[in-house]
Design a binder for this molecule. Structure first.
Ligand code: NAP
Length: 251
């Protein structure tokens, strides 16, 4: 879908790989100035090789203060995509250690609060009517095995969306979640490779009959960043090929 982001400035977190990388490239092609934040420098190097205009920021979002310092140096932005996230599917709920839960919440939830605070404050001060997108998951809406910290992080993310949408609405700033089902990215490839996830089972349970691709998520994020969604805020946007609409599980 063609979007025009000329003159806009957008920060994408977790832009080294997967969905975040896809969003950064799509924004770059649509004319936006793009700040791409990620943890591993080599992935950002290859992104800049592909799109030389993109400005890389190497940061670990689990480091609250360092991230704040880096983001405070940026100009006022029009958009923020809180995309960075990791899986958290290593334990049954009854065995899940505290430190593991804290790490997933730090990485997937507190990181989005931190980035939103810094970016939104600057938008407010400069009277910029920006848009913030949080990459949540269908895991925020329904439980599945061994997903306690991940699902809690994403359920929390949806409430972060609603809370910021409520408080930033009077400043003209919109905040929305996208909630994808399984998307074929490096995160999912890892889960398939270590036996946590069966692709066949995933596809069998999607009425549309195929796994989601990155483009299936990138376009909704572009729509939510754009003025085409001018009165859409505080909402969860499920992109799941229909799997959450059905109680039928094909085995
Ligand atoms: N793929 C799916 O099926 C799916 C479904 C629903 C929701 N989501 C959500 O969508 C988002 C993107 O997922 P994805 O599949 O594209 O993941 P991915 O392929 O693993 O890419 C995630 C990117 O985020 C970066 N990142 C992770 N933690 C970070 C941190 N603490 N600081 C800075 N960068 C960090 C990673 O950096 P490194 O290169 O250093 O690892 C990587 O570049 C996540 O929030 C995920 O939960 C994904």
């Amino acid at each position: 879908m063609p979007f025009d982001f000329r003159g806009k400035k957008v920060l994408v977190t977790g832009a080294g790989k997967g969905i975040g990388r896809g969003v950064a490239i799509a924004l770059n092609k649509a004319g936006s100035k793009v700040y791409a934040l990620s943890r591993t420098k080599s992935t950002l190097d290859s992104l800049v090789e592909e799109c030389p205009d993109i400005i890389p920021i190497v940061a670990d979002l689990c480091d609250w203060e360092d991230t704040r310092e880096k983001l405070e140096q940026l100009e006022v932005l029009d958009g923020l995509v809180n995309n960075a996230g990791i899986g958290g599917h290593d334990y049954d709920a009854v065995d899940c250690p505290k430190e593991y839960i804290k790490h997933i919440l730090d990485n997937n939830l507190l990181s989005a609060i931190n980035c939103s605070q810094v970016v939104a404050k600057k938008m407010i001060e400069s009277k910029v009517k920006g848009s913030i997108i949080n990459c949540s998951s269908v895991g925020s809406l329904a439980a599945y095995p061994r997903a306690l910290p991940y699902s809690v992080s994403k359920a929390g993310m949806d409430m972060v969306t609603k809370q910021f949408a409520l408080e930033l609405g009077p400043n003209g700033i919109r905040v929305n979640s996208v909630n994808p089902a399984v998307v074929y990215t490096p995160l999912v490839q890892n889960l398939v490779e270590n036996g946590t996830l069966s692709l066949e089972t995933v596809i069998n349970n999607i009425p549309m009959g195929r796994i989601l691709t990155m483009e299936d998520i990138v376009d909704p994020i572009m729509y939510l960043l754009s003025d085409h969604s001018a009165m859409v805020t505080g909402q969860m946007h499920v992109v799941d090929g229909g799997c959450m609409s059905s109680l039928i599980v094909k085995v």
